[in-house]
Design a protein around this ligand. Sequence first.
Ligand code: HEM
Ligand code: HEM
Length: 241
Amino acid sequence: MPMSTPNIVAGSGSRDVQPVEYRRIYVWELPVRAYHWINAITLVALCVTGYLIGAPIRAFYAAEAYQQYWFGWVRFIHFLAAFIYVFNFLARLYWGFVGNKYSHWNAFFPLKKAQRQEIVDVIKADVFETKMHGPISTGHNALAGFIYFGTFLAFAFQTITGFALYSSMSNSWLPRMFTWIVPLMGGDSGVRFWHHTFLWFFVTFVIVHVYLAFYHDYIEGRGTVSSIIGGWKFEREKSGK
Ligand code: HEM
Ligand code: HEM
């Protein structure tokens, strides 16, 4: 439903108010939003517990190992979060085929000339800050979509190396499917090295991603951050920006 919103003209000094027509668009369906927040919570849990597995904090140790079980809990949370994270990820892969056009796989690849131009515009706005913004996609901008695809590849890599590590500790069919990865990566220490290294990819991604979500919310003024909670974004009626 169109809404009339006062628009404050930036830099005018006098805070001129001009009416602008906005319409609401339902962009992120419930499965995408649920995926997003389950993924965010489990990923943070995996990063924190993974870090502790790689570098256990000595101060937490009691005099004798049998006197406490904190490291057991850390590993338990890592494995529990891992299973939730993997099945949540598989659900999102499926939704890329059946979801709306904003969550569809087509939104992740800059195959059209306009999408490649949008990548240049977004780099100018986000990195060089030489442009406020060009025409804005309603869903992911073309650069964000492409980076999310890269992130999905990293999710898949972490799943494969995680289950490869788990295969030496479990007899169940799922981890056992990944046993062959271990010799391919030069043994258990090789898998562990890569699984640990990717932790830092996720830490970097999350910091930049959260900053950019708020930055785009600010420069575009279309409710970017609230859209990943409620699903709706706003678009100007005439210009579509
Ligand atoms: C994005 C997600 C994940 C992150 C950031 C992450 C991070 C880590 C880190 C940093 C370690 C310590 C490696 C070391 O230095 O020894 C670790 C260990 C481990 N992770 Fe993950 N992990 C993730 C997902 C998974 C998944 C999906 C599984 C699948 C079951 C998994 C299974 C394991 C196992 C089995 C270990 C070794 C535990 C041990 O030796 O006690 N991880 N993880
Ligand atoms: C561990 C933390 C997080 C991870 C791993 C993460 C990951 C992602 C991924 C993979 C997407 C693409 C969604 C899809 O198409 O399926 C996405 C979108 C989005 N995320 Fe996050 N996210 C995290 C935290 C946050 C937080 C804290 C906020 C804001 C407060 C946020 C705001 C958004 C927004 C607004 C979008 C849609 C952006 C767009 O239009 O391109 N995220 N996030």
